[in-house]
Ligand binder design. Structure first.
Ligand SMILES: [Zn+2]
Length: 387
């Protein structure tokens, strides 16, 4: 401290517990930021800071990455506002899961991707329409799956399109699920991209669907309480474990109707955590029962999943799935972009699932968020009373 030419940092987050699954860090450390990058991670950096944020008692995480959301606001009935629903709740990068299709992608790019500094990518809906209005299944006219259009859009927009999405519920695909799924796999194969499939209320049991999927493909809504989920009674189906073994990913995607605490509790007890922990935020659920990604994390922690494992699945794991790891997302790394989300645990609150049940548990609340080194104006939890 008495040295005259000590380096100083613009900002030091001091005294918190740093949990960064990418590097295996889980320790009380300071994080120093210079401009837009992380300058140092280590003990006792506070003395060299131009500004100190005291994080004592808090947990310092990489800026969160949302693997599955719906943010095509103004065009889709399910579109939530990207910044208010995500950035201002600690999420710095997000993937829209199939709200836009090839015919609506240009609008998605202009109204959503280009309208924010958040890093936004997507799974392009295999239907050219996308998910404009949930009342009318986008594939009930199977002719809306135009392989050439989807392929052309994906190839022309590699910075945004990181996969394709098909919803396999009865009310979306009718009895045509299998030919439509095969066509989608063929599209994904041509584009060399993953396919995300939405399960819950599929016509056939999950193992039949899994039989079509390739390593890297994603099953959304793995804790759904709807028919044809991952469980057989209390145990995870062997076909589900086998699919994971060969590289199929499972995404929790809470959503308005697809997180059952009963299913999640049993799966977690068996050691089956989702590969990606996502909220499936939309205009239909961001004021409850989903609220935001951190609330989805809090729910799985409350059901027995270890915090660091949940954080891994909401940071480095989705970053890798989306190809955003190469841009420094999902980790805290010296020289990397300063995306940091500081959280505290609240008192116990009532947290609902999507099946009409609730638990009482603490909730993780973002108290300080840095995005490219700049402080984000955090908004309060939308659940109201849960301070
Ligand atoms: Zn979704």
């Amino acid at each position: 401290m008495s040295e005259t030419s000590q380096t100083t940092y613009d900002l030091v987050l001091a005294g918190g517990t740093v949990v960064d699954p990418a590097s295996g860090t889980d320790a009380r450390l300071d994080v120093a930021v210079d401009g837009t990058v992380i300058a140092a991670i280590g003990p006792d950096l506070r003395g060299r800071a131009a500004k100190v944020v005291d994080c004592t008692g808090s947990t310092v995480l990489p800026g969160l990455v949302e693997g599955h959301t719906h943010i095509f606001q103004h065009v889709s009935k399910v579109g939530a506002p990207a910044e208010e629903a995500h950035l201002r709740r600690g999420v710095v990068a997000a993937a829209d899961a199939g709200t836009a299709g090839a015919s609506t992608f240009a609008a998605f790019r202009k109204l959503v991707v280009d309208a924010t500094d958040m890093r936004i990518v997507n799974f392009l809906n295999v239907s050219v329409l996308g998910l404009i209005d949930f009342r009318f299944g986008e594939l009930l006219n199977p002719g809306t799956l135009v392989v050439e259009d989807a392929l052309e859009t994906a190839l022309a927009n590699p910075d945004v399109v990181r996969g394709f999405k098909i919803r396999l519920s009865d009310d979306v695909v009718g009895d045509q699920w299998e030919p439509l799924l095969k066509k989608s796999i063929d599209l994904a194969e041509q584009a060399r991209l993953p396919l995300m499939v939405h399960i819950g209320e599929t016509e056939e049991p999950l193992p039949v669907v899994l039989g079509h999927l390739r390593p890297g493909d994603v099953v959304a809504h793995c804790y759904t309480g709807k028919p044809h989920g991952i469980l057989d009674g209390d145990t995870v189906l062997p076909e589900v474990l086998a699919a994971r073994e060969r590289g199929v990913l499972f995404d929790s995607a809470h959503g308005k109707s697809n997180l059952s605490f009963e299913v999640a509790r049993r799966a977690i007890a068996e050691g089956f955590l989702p590969d990606v922990l996502s909220s499936d935020t939309s205009a239909r659920n961001w004021r409850g029962p989903v609220f935001d990604l951190l609330t989805s994390v809090s729910k799985l922690v409350a059901l027995g999943a270890p915090l660091a494992e949940c954080v891994r699945r909401a940071t480095v794991a989705p970053a890798a799935m989306l190809g955003l790891d190469t841009e420094g997302y999902g980790r805290l790394e010296v020289g990397g972009p300063a995306h940091v989300t500081v959280v505290t645990e609240t008192d116990e609150v009532v947290l609902p699932d999507a099946a009409g049940n609730s638990i009482t548990a603490p909730r993780l609340e973002p108290v300080f968020v840095l995005h490219h080194g700049a402080e984000v104006d955090v908004v309060p939890w939308r659940g109201g009373t849960g301070a």
